[in-house]
Design a protein around this ligand. Structure first.
Ligand code: DAH
Length: 331
């Protein structure tokens, strides 16, 4: 092995390497080339292995040439690596491009029906006053809807005009007051409940009447409850839901309360009735086995539609049931 042999081999190696590196198309491939040319057992090492047989005075020269070849291969590898990495990033950018100007996917958004949101607000206020929620069936017996509520058979509220009777003699409850009886039968006083639910009446449908509507029944039974407690509770409830508005209690009549009242709220300059209420009639307490000498209580029936109409400025109750999205989307 002569000096010029080695120099020729080094020159070949440089040329080989330059060509191979130039055509490398991946970082892995490039790494393999590095190992094969400059690695410990690579081609450059092999060539230099032959140096031992050279005349010692020639060694520095070969050493210098070898270094030069090594550096030129290394710098070709470095350039190519930078180039391949840039290409890789570029490819990724292209693959992951997101056109933020594209119109989004429009997902339909549901919302609470105004009746439900109104009911939730009403119930929340009473829950805040210590009441719990009770429910009862919409299909009722005559007993729970009328009889136990001190409503004699000849009372006008039982007129066929007002009540939907079912073929089996049962009926669709005309009010949520039936839940009062069901609850008191199952529980001992003290009682503080609110009972929301749907009611049915054979009313002619117009702007303020619907054959199905919703009520929130209130019932409180305890020792020593008076009309003052009823008034205070109702006033506090109305203050919380409407803010400071004019209200008035008007004497009225219900078979299941004595005395009875209706409550009006001033809305758009007019008095609007929002509930019936009163002190629970002793006959109702007797019907569920409570001693009216020991317990008294008050009750109220609130029209949920009325509250929804006032809170949301709805002028016609029929809109509430029409399922017209143009209307419902406003809430
Ligand atoms: N049930 C009555 C109605 O539907 C409303 C009512 C009045 C409920 C007085 C009560 C009450 O609990 O005490 O017209």
């Amino acid at each position: 092995m002569t000096l010029s042999d080695i120099e020729a081999q080094l020159a070949d190696l440089r040329e080989d390497a330059q060509t191979a590196i130039a055509s490398a198309d991946s970082l892995d491939g490039l790494e393999q080339l590095r190992v094969s040319y400059l690695g410990k057992k690579g081609q450059l090492s092999k060539i230099l292995g032959g140096m031992g047989k050279l005349d010692p005075s020639d060694r520095p020269r070969i050493g210098a040439s070898a270094n030069e070849v090594k550096e030129s291969i290394q710098s070709a590898l470095d350039d190519k690596r930078t180039q391949l990495q840039a290409a890789q990033i570029q490819a990724r950018l292209v693959a992951e491009t997101l056109d933020v100007t594209l119109p989004g996917v429009v997902r339909p958004q549901g919302r609470q029906h105004p009746l439900n949101s109104t009911l939730d607000r009403m119930v929340d206020i009473f829950v805040g006053l210590g009441y719990t929620v009770a429910t009862g069936p919409e299909m009722e017996t005559d007993y729970y809807n009328f009889e136990a509520l001190n409503t004699p058979p000849d009372h006008p509220a039982r007129d066929m005009q007002d009540t939907f009777y079912l073929p089996d003699g049962n009926l669709l409850r005309t009010h949520t007051s039936s839940v009062q009886i069901r609850y008191m039968e199952q529980h001992d006083p003290p009682i503080r409940i609110v009972a929301p639910g749907r009611c049915y009446r054979r009313d002619t449908v117009d702007a303020t009447h619907s054959a199905t509507f919703h009520q929130l029944e209130i019932l409180a039974i305890d020792k020593g409850l008076t009309f003052t407690d009823l008034k205070g509770t109702i006033k506090e409830f109305l203050r919380q839901i409407f803010g400071e508005t004019d209200i008035r209690f008007r004497a009225s009549y219900f078979p299941f309360t004595e005395p009875s009242a209706e409550v009006d709220v001033r809305w758009k300059g007019k008095w609007l009735e929002v509930m019936g209420c009163g002190m629970v009639d002793p006959n109702v307490l007797k019907a569920v086995g409570y001693d009216p000498e020991v317990y008294t209580g008050f009750a109220a029936g609130l029209g949920i539609e009325r509250f929804a109409m006032i809170l949301h400025q709805i002028d016609d109750i029929r809109r509430v049931y029409a399922s017209d999205l143009r209307f419902l989307r406003q809430f």
